[in-house]
Design a protein around this ligand. Structure first.
Ligand code: HEC
Length: 132
């Protein structure tokens, strides 16, 4: 009896674990999707990979980060692996040099988290940039 009960308990724990993992993955997937859309709309106009429309080889965010890190870190935010939600929040709320700060009415904390979820999964092996 006792072993049967504990086998049932083990099975139940396993089922709950599988269910919890599946729902966490579904949540992650939708956070990544929301973050991707938000990033493309709000950040990529400065942090994307394309050339600037002002005749410069890169967009302003990408250009500035290429100058700042000189290749020791990727100039593209999507290629970085160190941008957690907490790190993003500092830059996004305060701004940084020519990057404007974003208020909570423009971009919520939840949306910053979604962007971090997207940046954690975006492909890291992008094209190498040489802006100079
Ligand atoms: C108007 C252009 C512009 C927009 C829009 C913009 N950024 Fe920036 N961002 C910049 C520039 C320029 C820098 C580099 C500033 C510097 O030289 O320190 C920067 C820097 C950063 C950094 C600092 C990285 C580092 O290691 O120094 C982060 C993180 C960042 N941006 C995230 C974002 C996110 C997330 C968004 C969208 C919510 C965003 N930015 C939107 C222009 C922009």
């Amino acid at each position: 009896m006792r072993t049967q009960a504990s086998a049932h308990a083990t099975a139940l724990v396993a089922i709950l674990w599988v269910a919890a993992t599946a729902s966490a993955n579904a949540q992650d997937a939708s956070a990544v999707q929301r973050g991707n859309i938000k990033f493309q709309r709000t950040c990529a106009p400065c942090h994307g990979a394309g050339p600037g429309n002002d005749g410069r080889a890169a967009l302003p965010g990408t250009d500035a980060l290429q100058l700042k890190y000189k290749g020791t870190l990727p100039a593209l935010l999507e290629a970085r692996t160190d941008l957690t939600a907490d790190v993003l929040k500092v830059y996004v709320r305060r701004g940084s040099w020519s990057m404007p700060p974003f208020r909570k009415t423009e971009l919520t904390d939840a949306e910053i988290k979604d962007i971090a979820a997207y940046l954690a999964t975006s492909p890291k092996a992008g094209p190498t940039l040489s802006t100079r």
